[in-house]
Design a protein around this ligand. Sequence first.
Ligand code: ADP
Length: 173
Amino acid sequence: METEIRDRIDIKQGDITLLKVDAIVNAANSSLLGGGGVDGAIHRAAGPDLLAECRKIGGCPTGEARITRGHMLPAKYVIHTVGPIYSGKLEDSKFLASCYRNSLSLAVDYHVRQIAFPAISCGVYGYPVEDACQIATDTCITFLKKDKTIEKIIFVLFSVAHVDVYTRVLKSK
Ligand code: ADP
């Protein structure tokens, strides 16, 4: 991978809700009305006004993305995207790639410079992290090659094991 692209990608371990970036991405479910995992953490940290804003949107299909304000979060925006529930079918990878692509397109529309992604679908939705990471990194690298406005994509991983996978996969690109 070119250094110019590699310099625009970071890997961090920790809680995505603490990041003071332009946008954090939420691994939401299609109702957009909150759930467990990172979704629950984002709603708890953002406060009830986030849920009120999400209610007005009225849901989001798998692979698409919607944007809200960050409310009480340090991040300005939350980009809600709905990852696929892992089934082992080819369409999983297409939906997961769409999540990254659509989140990034929305980010560009809102002049977002720094965007943080969790490991979409890698929790309750059961996507094998190695495969998900290949898709996440490939899709983001392809996007960054065409786009000049996003300065930083940060992959925020809750577990140290996931950090190791992302570090190794990114090194191989
Ligand atoms: P999904 O339903 O898309 O699988 P989950 O929230 O269950 O979403 O999990 C997605 C990933 O987010 C998992 O790897 C999980 O460990 C991680 N995660 C959970 N809470 C946080 C958090 N506060 N910050 C960053 N990542 C988180």
